[in-house]
Write a protein that binds this ligand. Structure first.
Ligand SMILES: [Zn+2]
Length: 170
């Protein structure tokens, strides 16, 4: 019997992997990547990480195996990769995560761009600027026209007041 391996969920949402070897059905659950409580890390039996479906999930970038003997350089590479994935997720969902423990995140500018699309220029949010809408240098002056709203999933989005309510003056 081998030991356990720490596995990190790199997926933007929760992940579940069910160990079905030998007719056992043991579900392992991970919280979303970057979860403040660290539930995106879970120890699993080493044999589980050798199962083909699990290997596939690793090669697709859903899970990352963490060898505790791994040197710091490797860990840093993984972190950079995760940050890139987080940026992509933010770009897709336009979600601003105020509660995140991450000190820095790159998100796309939500200012008005061509053809009614968001501007999309990369904006670095730091701890202090997280409570402001992500706007690039050329759209910063519009900050006061955006208001945070919480959608039905409990996620916060920035909505431009002139679009949300017609009674607002641009
Ligand atoms: Zn912009």
């Amino acid at each position: 019997m081998s030991g356990t391996i720490l596995v990190q969920n790199l997926h933007a949402g929760p992940s579940v992997y069910t160990d079905e070897a030998g007719n056992r059905k043991i579900p392992y659950e991970w919280g979303e990547s970057g979860h403040p409580d660290g539930t995106d890390y879970q120890e699993v039996p080493e044999d589980l990480t050798k199962q083909p479906p699990f290997r596939k999930a690793v090669s697709r970038g859903i899970f990352r195996l963490i060898d505790e003997n791994t040197d710091q350089r490797f860990m840093d590479q993984g972190q950079r990769w995760q940050d890139q994935r987080s940026a992509v997720f933010a770009a897709t969902e336009s979600v601003i995560d105020r509660t995140s423990e991450r000190s820095m995140a790159a998100v796309p500018c939500i200012g008005p761009g061509p053809q009614g699309q968001p501007c999309g220029a990369g904006v670095i949010l730091t701890g202090t600027s997280k409570n402001q809408p992500p706007l690039c240098q050329s759209h910063k002056h519009l900050a006061t026209t955006y208001a945070p709203v919480v959608d039905e999933n409990g996620e916060e989005r920035w909505v431009r007041a002139t679009m949300a309510g017609r009674n607002q003056v641009d």
